[in-house]
Structures are given as structure tokens and as C-alpha cells.
Design a protein around this ligand. Structure first.
Ligand SMILES: Nc1nc2c([nH]c(=O)n2[C@@H]2O[C@H](COP(=O)(O)OP(=O)(O)OP(=O)(O)O)[C@@H](O)[C@H]2O)c(=O)[nH]1
Length: 153
């Protein structure tokens, strides 16, 4: 089956032309017992600064999605996560002007430690429909999937 692709900001030129490598990214949807989920703002200095997203980051060489995400959540949020508690959920390819990324979205309900924003981000526990904006193009499908999962039938 052909992988679904989102094209973001199509009016902007693409870096590196058509044959650019795919950057693999682990992304966490952290749920509290009341069903709310965590959104964080992209830190100052990063592309799409200030946009709301789910926390996560790029896989390093040799890492699994679960290990990369556990590492990123510790680096960004200061929490301890057992890679075994990370549930792989969905994938989405996104074509951005700066990179072609494959997002590996994961669900997570268990972690240790208090949240501390180590990169100058803001955070919010949200529920549908989310109130914060703008949401990163590559995070928007998650909101749709959560909506689908919460509606009967
Ligand atoms: N963390 C995260 N990244 C996302 C989401 N949606 C989405 O398109 N992305 C994209 O995935 C890539 C993640 O890169 P990043 O910059 O957050 O990762 P990182 O912390 O490893 O980056 P660094 O190399 O600047 O340290 C970016 O191109 C970002 O635009 C999302 O919901 N969460």
C-alpha cells in the first residue's frame, strides 16, 4: 500500500530537491488518566518555532523508535520512560520545505518524574477540540485520529 503523504507549505521551495532522505522521527502522545494529552510548543531557534506539537525527535543511528522517543522525552521533558511502555501507533510521512520526515506516533500512559520543560518550551494538557494554535502540520492528523477513536462506530 502506498504511504500517505502530507505536503506542508507547498508554496515554499524544497531543500535538496526530489531525492532527499527520509528523516525518521519518534513522537509521543502522552495521556493522563482523565484522557487529556500533552502538547508542547516548538522551542526558540527550531523550524516552526512556537508551533504546537507532540514531544519527540529524530532517531539517532541504531536506535529503535521506542528508544529514541524515551531518550527525547528525557532530554526535552525530564521524565523517565521505559521503552517497553511505549506503544507504536501510526506513521505519517510529511514533506516540509526543510525536510522529508516519517513520523512514528506512539501512545504512552506511564512515565516517572515531573514534567520540566528543558528546552524553553511551553506545555499544555489538552482535550478535543484543542484550543492552542497554530498546530504543526505534521501533528494535525493525530487530532483527527483521536477524534475518530473517540467517536462511536
Ligand atoms: N516532535 C515532533 N516533531 C514533529 C511533529 N510533527 C512533525 O511534523 N514533526 C517534525 O519532525 C521533525 C522533528 O524534529 P525535531 O527538530 O523536533 O527533532 P530533534 O529534537 O531531534 O531536532 P534537533 O536536531 O533540532 O535537536 C521536525 O521536522 C518536525 O517539524 C510532532 O508532532 N512532534
Amino acid at each position: 500500500m502506498k504511504e500517505s503523504l502530507i505536503k506542508a507549505d507547498t508554496h515554499l521551495p524544497r531543500a535538496e530537491g526530489a531525492d532527499r532522505p527520509v528523516v525518521e522521527v519518534g513522537v509521543g502522545v502522552l495521556f493522563r488518566p482523565d484522557g487529556s494529552f500533552l502538547l508542547t510548543s516548538r522551542p526558540p531557534g527550531k523550524v516552526y518555532e512556537g508551533y504546537w506539537e507532540f514531544p519527540g525527535g529524530k532517531l539517532e543511528a541504531g536506535e529503535t523508535v521506542e528508544h529514541a522517543l524515551a531518550r527525547e522525552l528525557h532530554e526535552e521533558l525530564g521524565i523517565q520512560v521505559d521503552p517497553g511502555a511505549i506503544i507504536l501507533w501510526r506513521e505519517q510521512l510529511v514533506d516540509y520545505p526543510h525536510a522529508l520526515v516519517r513520523l512514528h506516533f506512539c501512545k504512552l500512559t506511564v512515565w516517572q518524574g515531573e514534567l520540566s520543560m528543558r528546552e524553553g518550551q511551553s506545555f499544555v494538557w489538552e482535550s478535543l477540540p484543542v484550543k492552542v494554535e497554530p498546530v504543526l502540520p505534521g501533528a494535525i492528523p493525530v487530532l483527527r485520529w483521536l477524534e475518530e477513536e473517540s467517536s462511536p462506530g
